[in-house]
Design a protein around this ligand. Structure first.
Ligand code: HPA
Length: 281
């Protein structure tokens, strides 16, 4: 076990000492999407290094701070920069921010990520609503719920048939339509990384029903569902998975960050609509 109850309590106290705002909505910003936090007004930013226990993102393109403030008429907390399993962090560390948000009173989590397109119909710059996932990392034994269960946080066994909230998904579809954003939908496959996939792996992912592939999000979704939070999640398609040995190009992190620039305004438009729809009474 990486954390004790006291560790979480100390982290909560640091945040509470910085702001009296109490967001019910948490937003996790993926690779290249951190710019969205600049939209937050009356923002209080808390650096990860100031939060005891908070793992630091070592990945270029990920800032390391929680931004708490007003967005679309209500308080939100944004995680600007996440940590990944491939950085060497434990599943508990990778999901620390989600657990912390829950303790701060967050009830709805919106997750975003950068992902490779597996579905042949996808293009770079597309936004995909995640309707389901394949947790290859979890199935291989790295699941954040492994270990002693704290009943105060959530039950030992949880269902995942409705991990992604249908009402929130409907709101997202409506928001995208209103904003003229072509919203794709599909299944996100989680791999450990950090290397990108081989062509054979891309073809395998397509065969098992994945539409996009990435190295994050599902651990956070799992922890959020364990804590009873509602989940909405999106992938920004930053590159297309290479499925043939005859292609000369290869995937790289720069193209992921570059595509983020096209994706940010689309993602922002959808999220604005979703937040307006949720209402923040
Ligand atoms: N594969 C895995 N993770 C990713 C990719 C990819 O092609 N693009 C962005 N994150």
């Amino acid at each position: 076990m990486t954390y004790s109850q006291e560790d979480y309590t100390r982290a909560v106290e640091v945040i509470r000492s910085r702001t009296t705002q109490t967001p019910r909505i948490g937003i996790v910003l993926g690779s290249g999407l951190g710019a969205l936090a600049e939209e937050v007004e009356s923002a209080v930013a808390v650096a990860y290094e100031d939060i005891p226990g908070f793992p630091r993102s070592t990945v270029f393109g990920h800032a390391g701070r929680l931004v708490i403030g007003q967005w679309v008429g209500g308080p939100v907390i944004m995680q600007q920069g996440r940590t990944h399993f491939y950085e060497g962090y434990s599943m508990e560390q990778v999901t620390f921010a989600i657990r912390l948000m829950r303790l701060l009173g967050v009830e709805t989590v919106i997750l975003t990520n950068a992902a490779g397109g597996v579905n042949k119909g996808f293009a770079v710059g597309d936004v995909m609503l995640i309707v389901d996932h394949i947790n290859l990392v979890g199935m291989a034994g790295h699941n954040p719920l492994i270990g002693p269960n704290d009943e105060r946080v959530g039950p030992r066994f949880i269902g995942m048939a409705q991990a992604y909230d249908r009402q929130l998904a409907a709101l997202a579809r409506r928001a995208a339509e209103a904003e003229n954003v072509n919203l794709r939908e599909g299944v996100y496959a989680c791999v450990a990384g950090p290397n990108f996939e081989t062509p054979a792996e891309i073809r395998m992912l397509r065969t098992i029903g994945a539409d996009a592939v990435g190295m994050s999000t599902v651990h956070e979704v799992t922890a959020a569902r364990h804590g009873g939070m509602r989940v909405l999640a999106f992938s920004g398609i930053t590159n297309i998975g290479i499925d043939s040995l005859d292609v000369d190009a290869d995937a790289n992190h720069e193209e992921v960050l570059e595509a983020g620039k096209i994706i940010v305004p689309r993602m922002t438009a959808i999220l604005r609509g979703v937040l307006a729809g949720i209402g923040q009474a």
